[in-house]
Design a protein around this ligand. Structure first.
Ligand code: MTE
Ligand code: MO
Length: 411
């Protein structure tokens, strides 16, 4: 028999899958409508959690301009706030990958449709689709690379992902508004499958449309089950087969929870942190004091049960930290009762996260500590010995390790 398959993907007859059609595309589109909206909102929230408008050192996207209109002072409670918002952002982003790919597959014949533009309106619609598809692939790719590989793109991940999100979401909103009426119609009634997505000469089906959806959903479920453990922490971490690996092995015992950057990586040596060498320099309204670890241990010590939640999506269950309240350190240098912001500097000499600014509400929270112990044991070198910051509800980056200097004052 002669194979009469057209050679060019611009001919409708080239596309043979009997699965393509308005119903299949609309179901996937509706899932993405909800999912991508949640991704966008949790992404914006993640940026706000850095308190970028407090100090340039917190701001990974300093040229944001008007796009930072929504920023707000990040709260200190509930303590699991950033665990939740960022866990949802990263887990959902990964879970939606099969849905995104299936959606693109379902509409791929349109990519090749000729003529490229029938009218000005049609031309504009196709350009917006370019931004939509390009933006979507860009956001998912940069996100996954940042989580999995500690990033490999030229330029900083943060501005690329941030600006990409605005471009993508603008195209996404335009697309959703244009297509929503059609999608609702396609989903509600049992309309006949017709239109440009339906193959005019389909091959024999090997799976039903519902079966194909189940396959996509199964893929997402598998990704969910192998990812979410990194955000749940504790015993669930072992189920996170897809979580990034190759990080430092935290080992067991009280300090046996996830390590982001090790002391060795940060260039912190035992000579730097030795009791004869290390001093905490605290500056404020009344001047500067220098404290050894022994001096700090003579101050009132307090405990807080707080997690570490990284922008990469992993987080720890609550750890039991013990140390000096940031508010007490502020009081030591003349800020009694109503502490101001604080600028925190690490012993670390290079690297993006060696400095951070904390807002007054974070300093004032009685759970915010300069931690000296964790889970009943002295901090390990990799978790920030001799002293590290721990603040409720804040992203991991603000929990500076190997602290050397605290400067209190309005930033
Ligand atoms: N000095 C310094 N502190 C730092 C970092 C760093 O690179 N340098 N990384 C931060 C980030 S991104 C996270 S998620 C937490 C992780 O803390 P942990 O390694 O104790 O789990 O430390 C924070 N403190
Ligand atoms: Mo982090």
């Amino acid at each position: 028999m002669r194979d009469d398959r057209p050679l060019l993907p611009s001919s409708p007859g080239f596309w043979r899958s009997p699965l393509r059609g308005p119903w299949f595309t609309s179901v996937l589109g509706t899932v993405l409508l909800v999912g991508i909206t949640v991704l966008f909102v949790t992404g914006l929230v993640s940026y706000a959690a850095y308190n970028p408008d407090l100090s340039p050192v917190n701001d990974q996207t300093p040229d944001k301009g008007l796009l930072g209109f929504y920023l707000f002072a990040w709260p200190t409670g509930p303590v699991w706030l950033y665990r939740l918002t960022q866990g949802v952002h990263v887990t959902l982003g990964i879970v939606l990958i099969p849905v995104l790919l299936a959606k693109l597959w379902s509409v791929v014949p349109r990519l090749f449709a000729l003529p490229p533009a029938r009218s000005l309106a049609h031309a504009l619609e196709r350009i917006s689709l370019l931004l939509l598809v390009g933006g979507g692939l860009f956001e998912f790719t940069t996100g996954v690379l940042n989580v999995q590989l500690d990033y490999v793109f030229p330029g900083s991940f943060y501005p690329l992902h941030f600006y990409g999100a605005w471009v993508f979401f603008a195209a996404f909103v335009a697309h959703a508004v244009l297509k929503a009426p059609t999608a609702v119609r396609n989903l509600r009634r049992h309309v006949r499958e017709e239109g440009d997505l339906v193959a005019p000469r389909p091959d024999a089906p090997t799976v039903s449309r519902r079966g194909a959806l189940a396959l996509v959903g199964g893929g997402s479920l598998l990704l969910f089950l192998t990812t979410v453990g990194q955000s749940l922490g504790g015993p669930f971490r072992r189920t996170a087969l897809l979580a990034p690996h190759g990080g430092a092995d935290p080992g067991g015992g009280p300090n046996g929870f996830q390590i982001n950057k090790t002391a060795a990586y940060a260039g912190i040596t035992p000579a730097d942190t030795h009791q004869d060498a290390w001093r905490l320099v605290v500056t404020g309204r009344t001047g500067t004091v220098r404290l050894s670890r022994a001096d700090l241990l003579r101050m009132p010590l307090h405990s807080s049960s707080l997690p570490i939640a990284c922008v990469e999506g992993w987080s720890t269950a609550d750890q039991w930290w013990r140390g000096v309240r940031l508010g007490d350190l502020a009081a030591l240098v003349g800020h009694d009762g109503d502490p101001p912001d604080v600028f925190v500097e690490s012993l670390q000499r290079h690297g993006a996260f060696r400095r951070a600014a904390l807002r007054a509400n974070q300093v004032a929270d009685p759970r915010s500590l300069l931690a000296l112990y964790v889970n009943g044991e002295t901090l390990s070198p990799d978790h920030g010995y001799p002293a590290r910051i721990i603040v409720p509800a804040a992203p991991g980056v603000l929990n500076t390790k190997w602290v050397a200097r605290l400067t209190f004052g309005d930033l």
